[in-house]
Design a protein around this ligand. Structure first.
Ligand SMILES: [Cu+2]
Length: 123
């Protein structure tokens, strides 16, 4: 009987982890806010990129403002390989990265070590 309870507990735990992982981690999508023919979105850097997906309008000048709270060296750099962007992020300071929105598509970015990932969707 006790084993069964442990088994049920473990199954519930796994279910919860899977649910948490998929609902929280993968559905964090945000649209940029427009002002004066520009668009901007803020990404908090704290153990990952939150939200990890930002949707931008094609053809509108865009900046992604990284708000780095995580001092870990992992987040020293942010790299957008397809956009040719490689920047150093200051800690506890907002840093804007200009994004070229002339071409639609999905552009991945990551920390300097390619461990944490985020995405910009231009459409
Ligand atoms: Cu890293």
């Amino acid at each position: 009987m006790e084993k069964l309870l442990v088994l049920i507990g473990a199954a519930l735990l796994i279910g919860f982890i899977v649910w948490w992982f998929f609902s929280k981690r993968d559905n964090q999508s945000t649209e940029a806010t427009m002002s004066d023919d520009k668009q901007q979105a803020e990404v908090t850097v704290n153990g990952g990129y939150v939200p990890n997906t930002v949707v931008l309008k094609q053809g509108v000048p865009a900046s992604l403002v990284f708000d780095r709270k995580d001092p870990s060296g992992c987040f020293n750099e942010v790299v957008f390989p397809d956009l040719g962007i490689h920047e150093t992020l200051p800690v506890n300071e907002k840093f804007a990265v200009e994004i070229d929105t002339s071409k639609a598509g999905e552009y991945q970015y990551s920390c300097g070590m390619n461990m944490f990932h985020g995405k910009v969707v231009i459409k």
